[in-house]
Design a protein around this ligand. Structure first.
Ligand SMILES: Cc1cc2c(cc1C)N(C[C@H](O)[C@H](O)[C@H](O)COP(=O)(O)O)c1[nH]c(=O)[nH]c(=O)c1N2
Ligand SMILES: CCCCN1C=C(C(N)=O)CCC1
Length: 353
C-alpha cells in the first residue's frame, strides 16, 4: 500500500489518505459570504479524492479580512452559508476543514489581480491592527497597535469563529499562524516591537497564539483535530526561525494542536526564498522529528512519486497541495492510478438543492 494512501487517525477521525487540499484564498465573497463558487471550488476537490479539504483563510472578524472579498465566519449568516459546503465535502468522504484567520497589518488589501496593495479607507478599506505600528511595506497601512482589550477581542473572535465552524459542520480547524498574518506578526521580532507581556521574549511573542489555541480548544470538541499552520522561517535576519518553530510546536502540542502544517515566509517583503520542489519539506521534517508532532509538508509538491518519497523519508504525515490541486482537482485519483492504490468512487446522491 503506498504511504500516500494509508489512512491516518487524527483524534476521532480517520483521513482516508495523506492528501490535503491546502487553504487557498478565493477573494470571491460578498460581505464574507461563501457562495456557489466556494461550493464548486471546494466540493470538486472533495470529489477528487482528497482526505481533507481546508477552506481558505476565513476571517474571524470583518477587520481580519485580507481583502474586502475574503470569506468570513464572523456572523451567523456566514455560518449558514458554509453549512451546505461543509456537508457536501463530508458527504464525499473528505474531512471538511476551515482555516481561521486574521490578517492583522496585511488586512484591507486588494485582490492579487487588482494589485495586491492596500485599499484606502476612502476606497472601502478599513484601519488595520497589529502587534505594533509597523507597516508590512513602504506605503502600506500603518497599523494600530492592539491594546489589551483589543487582544482580548481577537481571542474572543477566534473562539466564536470556532464555535460557528462546529455549527456549520466543519470537522477540522486550522489556525492561520503563517504568511505574515496577525498571529505570525506576534511571533516574529520583525513585526512585534511590544514591551508588554505579548512582546520581547519568545514566551511573550508566542503568548497570543497559545491563548488562541486554548480558547479554540474550549469550544472545539476533543474528538476533532486542531491543526496549526506556521511559517517555519521569515527568510530574514532577526526574524522567526525553524528552531523557534520547533519550540512553539512543543508548546502547542499539550494545548491540543494535533498537526503543524509547515510553510514559510510572508512576514516581510523583499526576501530571497530558495524555491524548488519541496523546498519547505526540511522544515516539516525538523518540526516532526524535534517536536514529536505530526506535520504536513507543503510547497511545490506536484507529483505522486514526490509526495510518496516525502512520506517515506518520514518528513511529514500529510501532503498539502495548493496550486497542483488548482491544476488538477482529481490529483488523488491520478496519484492512486500512478501508485497502484485503490481509491473510493465519488458519492452520487440524489438531493434537491
Ligand atoms: C490562490 C492561492 C491562495 C492562497 C494560497 C496559495 C494560492 C496559490 N496560500 C498558500 C498555499 O496554501 C500554499 O501554502 C502555497 O501555495 C504553496 O503550496 P503549493 O506549491 O501551491 O502547493 C494560502 N495559504 C494559507 O495558509 N491560507 C490561504 O488562504 C492561502 N491562500
Ligand atoms: C508566503 C506564501 C503566501 C501565499 N499566499 C498566502 C495567502 C494566505 N492567505 O496565507 C494568500 C495569498 C497567497
Amino acid at each position: 500500500m503506498p504511504k500516500l494512501f494509508e489512512p491516518l487517525s487524527q483524534r476521532g477521525l480517520t483521513l482516508r489518505n495523506r492528501i490535503a487540499v491546502a487553504p487557498m484564498c478565493q477573494y470571491s465573497a460578498v460581505d464574507g459570504l461563501p457562495d456557489h463558487w466556494h461550493l464548486v471550488h471546494l466540493g470538486s476537490r472533495a470529489v477528487g479524492g482528497a482526505a481533507v479539504v481546508i477552506a481558505e483563510a476565513t476571517a474571524v472578524s470583518a477587520e481580519g479580512r485580507i481583502s474586502p472579498q475574503d470569506a468570513g465566519i464572523w456572523n451567523d449568516a456566514q455560518l449558514a452559508a458554509w453549512r451546505p459546503i461543509a456537508d457536501f465535502i463530508a458527504a464525499q468522504g473528505a474531512i471538511p476543514g476551515v482555516q481561521l484567520a486574521h490578517a492583522g497589518r496585511k488586512a484591507s488589501t486588494q485582490r492579487p489581480w487588482e494589485g495586491h496593495g492596500p485599499v484606502a479607507v476612502a476606497k472601502g478599506g478599513w484601519t488595520v491592527v497589529a502587534p505594533s505600528a509597523v507597516p508590512f511595506d513602504t506605503g502600506w497601512h500603518v497599523p494600530h497597535a492592539l491594546d489589551e482589550a483589543g487582544i482580548r477581542a481577537v481571542i474572543a473572535d477566534f473562539r466564536a469563529a470556532a464555535q460557528r465552524a462546529l455549527d456549520a459542520g466543519f470537522q477540522l480547524i486550522e489556525l492561520h499562524g503563517a504568511h505574515g498574518y496577525l498571529l505570525h506578526q506576534f511571533l516574529s521580532p520583525l513585526s512585534n516591537r511590544r514591551a508588554d507581556a505579548y512582546g520581547g521574549s519568545f514566551d511573550n511573542r508566542t503568548r497570543l497564539l497559545r491563548e488562541v489555541v486554548v480558547a479554540v480548544r474550549e469550544v472545539w470538541p476533543e474528538h476533532l483535530p486542531l491543526w496549526l499552520r506556521i511559517s517555519a522561517t521569515d527568510w530574514a535576519e532577526g526574524g522567526w526561525t525553524p528552531e523557534e518553530s520547533v519550540a512553539l510546536a512543543r508548546m502547542v502540542k499539550p494545548l491540543g494542536v494535533d498537526l503543524v502544517d509547515v510553510s514559510s515566509g510572508g512576514l516581510v517583503p523583499h526576501v530571497t526564498i530558495p524555491l524548488g520542489p519541496g523546498y519547505q519539506v526540511p522544515f516539516a521534517a525538523q518540526v516532526r522529528r524535534e517536536a514529536d508532532i505530526a506535520t504536513s509538508a507543503v510547497g511545490l509538491i506536484t507529483e505522486a512519486a514526490q509526495a510518496e518519497a516525502i512520506l517515506a523519508e518520514g518528513a511529514a504525515d500529510v501532503i498539502s497541495l495548493a496550486r497542483e490541486s488548482l491544476r488538477d482537482p482529481y490529483f488523488p485519483r491520478r496519484a492512486a492510478s500512478e501508485l497502484g492504490a485503490q481509491i473510493a468512487a465519488p458519492v452520487q446522491y440524489g438531493r434537491a438543492w
